[in-house]
Design a protein around this ligand. Structure first.
Ligand SMILES: [Zn+2]
Length: 354
């Protein structure tokens, strides 16, 4: 990835001897230069995630009010997301670790840094065949132990392991390390998920974010699944930050819906951007014709995730039907608030819930 070498001179090139880079998307190196555009217009505002969410502890504090002005793009309700970016952000996977989960499924959590904000965006990777190019690339002077500590190993770690690459002692079957034909035939499932402290951590029934995260993980860890990736972006409250989201909740209790509440606070209905997600998907090897299957009800997200030059191709959209609807009310979230939230998503944000 030529774009990374300029911004991060201490890092090596991203060509990996084990996982060779994908064929180039055809862009020239010069196009990664911020000064490339003759018009000298600044980067589009929604390329930059609003700086509200603390980088590592969601919801731990509310940033000061004076930061608000920097984050506000114009009304994106009528904006076509694909016009916003000329080039993708540069991303670099810093560390990866195996996480066993409470459902029994295992995933690999990948932590990314990037050149547009200082947040720690994440890729939650299910299945052993999806690898980060930037993580696997060798770094100057590092030892095998260094590589294992930052997660750039194949197979499984175990006490006494000495090599990141070869693991003769491991019990892993070869099939868990090498892509199979099946993997190539069926595009992997991808979900782009925006952080929601209230819905994921403190049991809020105002939205269905927690449920959607659970459902995406479930689908990606089914026995027949080819795995998949949840790109977890730190853009709380549709990008406006937790403090502003809580104000919006108060406005909702005063009778406004979620879109009106954001507009009353002078935020766009949806301030999120997805260039980081596209760049992370490319790093995870999802460029090229095979494409992905995108789990979403949001039609705007499909095109936005593909990137400015369709660097990632969405082959299928997979709907996320709320559990309460799917099960006739036996499971899922029950609250007046979530009903109204879903209604607004459908009526005002053109979500397609099937
Ligand atoms: Zn939520």
């Amino acid at each position: 990835m030529p774009g990374l070498t300029g911004a991060m001179p201490d890092l090596p090139s991203h060509a990996s001897p084990i996982y060779p880079p994908r064929p180039s998307s055809g862009r020239r190196v010069s196009e990664f230069d911020l000064n490339y555009d003759d018009s000298e217009t600044p980067p589009p505002p929604t390329l930059l995630s609003p700086a509200f969410t603390p980088p590592s502890t969601p919801g731990a504090n509310t940033p000061p009010i004076h930061k608000e002005a920097r984050s506000i793009p114009v009304d994106t309700a009528s904006q076509r997301p694909q016009k916003l970016l000329d080039t993708l952000p540069e991303v670099n996977c810093i560390v990866r670790a195996r996480i066993p989960t409470v459902t029994g499924a295992e995933m690999f959590l990948h932590l990314y840094q990037n050149n547009v904000d200082d947040k720690e965006h994440l890729a939650i990777v299910f299945g052993p065949n999806i690898r980060s190019r930037s993580l696997d690339a060798p770094r100057p002077g590092e030892t095998e132990k260094d590589r294992m500590i930052r997660g750039a190993y194949t197979g499984r770690l175990h006490p006494g392991r000495t090599s990141s690459r070869l693991d003769p002692v491991s019990q892993d079957k070869p099939a868990t390390q090498l892509p199979t034909d099946q993997t190539i035939q069926s595009p992997p499932l991808v979900r782009i998920h925006s952080e929601c402290y209230t819905g994921e951590t403190v049991w809020s029934a105002r939205c269905d974010c927690g449920e959607q995260l659970d459902e995406a993980a479930r689908l990606m860890s089914l026995p027949k699944s080819q795995g998949g990736v949840i790109v977890y972006l730190r853009q709380e409250g549709r990008g406006i930050g937790l403090g502003e989201k809580l104000k919006a909740y108060n406005l909702q209790d005063l009778g406004n819906d979620t879109v009106e509440a954001n507009l009353l606070l002078r935020h766009p209905a949806d301030a999120r951007s997805y260039g980081l997600a596209t760049a992370m998907l490319l790093d995870l090897g999802f460029g090229g014709d095979a494409g992905i299957r995108l789990l979403t009800n949001n039609p705007d997200k499909v095109r936005a995730v593909e990137g400015p030059n369709r660097e990632v191709i969405v082959r299928e959209r997979v709907a996320m039907v709320p559990l309460a609807w799917k099960t006739g009310g036996r499971e899922g979230i029950h609250s007046e608030e979530v009903e109204s939230y879903l209604r607004t998503k459908i009526e005002k944000m053109a979500h397609m819930l099937q």
